[in-house]
Ligand binder design. Structure first.
Ligand code: HAM
Length: 519
């Protein structure tokens, strides 16, 4: 089984290496492993189990020896070559979609200043931060997401950055999560973000890219849907229910948990933000509306603003003051934004992937407008991807605000989904074009030259390095690698005619080729 999602391989055995004390002390990398022995398969196990295993590791070592746990820390993965092939395939597909949409790639350090991720809205992500003090006494953190780093990069360029900027990245992210199927302590996340576009045209383009990726890998709208809503709708609901604007971000984080927590707990957490029980009930009811029309009617009735109608522009956040003064115009604008997004999706041709769902809030405090979440239609897996509009994040870092929208798309759930649907490519075998084999050790120099010639012409070549290997074993090795050809250097073909023998592995034919004509 591939291990891109190694959490699923709970049957994996603990891996221990015995090393002498002297070599363990010499090998810096060995120390943490010996102290904190954890395992990939244990990602599904309890901490108690981990503690017991650590104890075992300590007690079973003799005074001269200690056991090194060769497993990576809990919730993290090793990528063996077969895992890397799958990972590279996935990253390649992400990169290909990003390229087709005209986005530019960027990157940033995994280690960032902790301050970048400290937000006070009670989000899970900030509670799960891997943070520590470095040797210089600075508070640093392993990034749990890419968006604050993107904001930092955008701010550092200031006005010199031509807008709109459309950027993409694949970033390793770290969250101290309870590991489950599709949730790990480290994951890779494809990010696409648009900076500098205030209207839902940005979200429409982002969702076009996301659905293009799904279609590229063979998924259909029957497998995957993308739930869409807007924080502006929720903000209107909160405003209508008397929640102070300063509490919106916190309230959104609470409402996001509504599906996972008992209703009373949500009502009580909202109560702590000054929301009455009646208002909390109204908020939760609005979140259950199944259509935009129904939601609009319900909210306008409560706002006393009369019946439906489109009204408002697609310009997120442009009329905050008007909206605050007139809740019904705020509702109309939020709903108009969503209508326009659905119209654009239909024009692009990916409308079938989208579903309006008023309950989508997303757990990150910084979203200000449209929010969305890709989900498995069978309902077996966690969210596949998520994103939205965040027009005020830059301002929270002390810079000038710029309208931004984007998404993050993890590697874990999508691999589970593709595996379940039989859509993963076969990456079990390495692939090389040619295997070059010296028939006699005396011909190794000539074989080196043949391999160099082939490589210079762009072919990938596995050169058989072990002296004295038998031809039969070399051919078997070539078959296992899936090589297209085997090039044999030596024998009478070489001695008498200066030729190598090129075997075509698929056609089971062979021909003599002059060494200088090999390509
Ligand atoms: P997020 O919803 O926290 O958003 O994460 C986005 C996606 O990353 C999730 O839907 C999931 O695919 C993946 N993911 C998150 N945590 C884990 C985990 N522990 N293990 C495996 N996969 C995980 C963000 O991170 C935003 N910064 C996305 C964004 C970009 N919004 C605007 N631009």
């Amino acid at each position: 089984m591939t291990r891109l999602l190694a959490a699923a391989s709970s049957s994996q055995q603990r891996r221990y290496l015995t090393v002498s004390r002297a070599s363990a002390a010499d090998a810096g990398a060995a120390k943490p492993a010996a102290r904190g022995g954890r395992r990939v398969g244990a990602a599904l196990a309890d901490d108690d189990d981990d503690a017991a295993n650590n104890k075992k590791a300590k007690t079973s070592s003799s005074p001269q020896q200690q056991l090194i746990d060769t497993n990576p820390p809990r919730g993290t993965r090793d990528f063996f070559p077969e895992d890397m092939r799958l990972r590279q395939w996935l990253f390649g597909r992400w990169g290909e979609v990003s390229r087709r949409f005209g986005f530019e790639q960027y990157d940033a350090p995994v280690l960032e200043s902790e301050a970048l991720f400290v937000r006070k809205a009670g989000e899970e992500i900030t509670e799960q931060l891997y943070s520590f003090e470095d040797k210089g006494g600075r508070r640093v953190a392993l990034r749990p997401e890419m968006t604050p780093s993107l904001a930092r990069l955008v701010l550092s360029r200031g006005k010199a950055l031509p807008l709109p900027a459309k950027w993409w990245a694949v970033a390793q992210c770290w969250r101290y999560e309870r590991t489950t199927r599709g949730r790990r302590r480290e994951h890779y996340q494809w990010n696409m973000d648009v900076v500098g576009v205030a209207g839902v045209e940005a979200e429409a383009e982002l969702l076009a890219a996301m659905s293009a990726f799904f279609a590229d890998v063979g998924l259909t709208p029957k497998d995957v849907g993308i739930r869409v809503s807007s924080r502006r709708v929720l903000s209107a609901v909160l405003r209508l229910n008397g929640v102070a604007e300063s509490e919106f971000a916190r309230a959104c984080v609470v409402v996001d948990k509504a599906e996972k927590l008992p209703r009373e707990q949500v009502v009580s957490e909202l109560g702590a933000l000054g929301v009455s029980a009646e208002a909390a009930g109204a908020i939760l009811d609005a979140m259950r509306c199944e259509s935009l029309d129904a939601l609009e009617q319900q909210l306008l009735a409560r706002a006393g603003g009369g019946g439906g109608g489109g009204g408002g522009g697609g310009d997120n956040g442009s009329d905050e003051n008007n909206a605050a003064a007139d809740p019904s115009s705020s509702v109309r604008e939020a709903v108009a934004d969503l209508r326009r997004l659905f119209d654009l999706a239909a024009a692009y041709g990916y409308g079938d992937w989208l579903v309006f769902d008023a309950s989508v809030v997303r757990g990150l405090a910084y979203y200000t407008g449209v929010v969305f979440e890709a989900f498995d239609r069978k309902g077996e897996l966690r969210a596949i991807a998520g994103g939205g509009r965040y027009d005020r994040l830059l301002g929270t870092f002390g810079g000038a605000d710029a309208p931004c929208a984007g998404f993050g798309f993890g590697d874990a759930v999508i691999v589970e989904l593709l595996r379940d649907r039989g859509l993963l490519p076969d990456t079990s075998r390495a692939s090389v074009d040619d295997v070059v084999f010296a028939m006699e050790e005396g011909r190794r120099g000539d074989a080196c030259a043949a391999a160099a010639r082939l490589r210079a012409s762009g072919r990938s070549v596995d050169f058989v390095l072990e002296p004295g290997k038998k031809l039969k074993a070399a051919l078997k090795h070539a078959e296992r690698l899936g090589a297209a050809r085997v090039v044999l250097v030596g024998g009478k073909e070489w001695d008498e005619r200066g030729c190598v023998v090129v075997k075509d592995m698929a056609a089971r034919t062979q021909e003599e080729v002059r060494a200088e004509e090999l390509r």
